[in-house]
Design a protein around this ligand. Sequence first.
Ligand SMILES: *Cc1c(COP(=O)(O)O)cnc(C)c1O
Length: 383
Amino acid sequence: MSRPIEAVINLANIRDNYTLAKKLAPHSRVMAVVKANAYGHGSTQVATALTEADAFGVACLAEALELREAGIVQPIVLLGGAFDAAELRDVVGNDLQLVIHSSQQLSDFLGSELSKRVSVWLKMDTGMHRLGFSARAFAEARRSLNASGKVKELVLMSHFSCADQCDKKTTESQLALFNKEVAGLEELKSLANSAALISCPDTHCDWVRPGIMLYGANPLSKPALPPGSLRPAIMPMTIPMTIPMTIPMTIPMIKPAMTLRSRLVAINEIAAGESVGYGQQWHAPQAARIGTVAVGYADGYPRHAANGTPVLVAGHRASLVGRVSMDFISVDLTGLPEVATGDEVVLWGDGLPVEEVAAMADTITYQLLAGIQQRVNYRYLDK
Ligand SMILES: *Cc1c(COP(=O)(O)O)cnc(C)c1O
């Protein structure tokens, strides 16, 4: 028997979220970002379900080859580009597209014998200071690519560092720099991740690149909560009111695509003052009924989830208590006499937004979703 932990993935919801992205950016093509195993949702299943996607974005060659081997025919863009010159042969051979973000990648590309022209996404650093050419080097790189005879189509791109924040100053200054540098250039342009797609229509240009919103997590950050404060019980998935009025106010909600669930495998009664789990990090304030759930950090449940992190036990909210261990967590079932061993426990997804769990574990939804481990059983729904 395998452990009862499973990630249930609703492909129809991912398709609906893609349709929403398309609706919000009606004049743009949409690259569905499926890097990191589609943020933990299974990249071949997700890409196969997104027959409408104009392109897919992946982190590296290996991720792209997985999609090609699964029969995915749409354009695939390596968002990290080639990690060495030897990869360029496979890029050409599998009809992949390439980000070029550094002078090393540029010289590798220009110095390689390529049997076919390749579509290139040239990346400008507009302020994130992670990848990309400075504005001046960018103009030079663009000229040499256009003169090389090796480029099929050139897309000019950049990436935002703060598009998820309510304060749009940084995004606006990155946008202004990009627009100034590419003004009048005929190539296609691409800037927006999910957060910018939803909250900054000015950034849409020719290609948008949504990732997290396809998986139904809200890309717009929540107000920071002081440590130890009570987290709100419900995190609304609706879009904040700060969005420009150019977006219709009847935005349908994005739909969560993953439910991570497992089962109660044991229940213990403990006396007041007794502790639960490694390090005796939680003590029962009164006699308590403690349930053990088959999920742990080796499945991708966050080890730093705080006492009080919510779980749903047979549909009832209950709290994590004690440390998360490798294969199990403990939950306080005091006050839930009706639940029994074998009952279903939802860790996030249906009825429990992943945003809430991320906030209680001091992390972001991206890390929780992309962190689902190999040993978790996957089940796909398409309705
Ligand atoms: C991951 C990634 C995206 C998608 O970002 P989300 O915040 O998940 O929408 C877009 N563009 C690039 C270059 C990326 O690496």
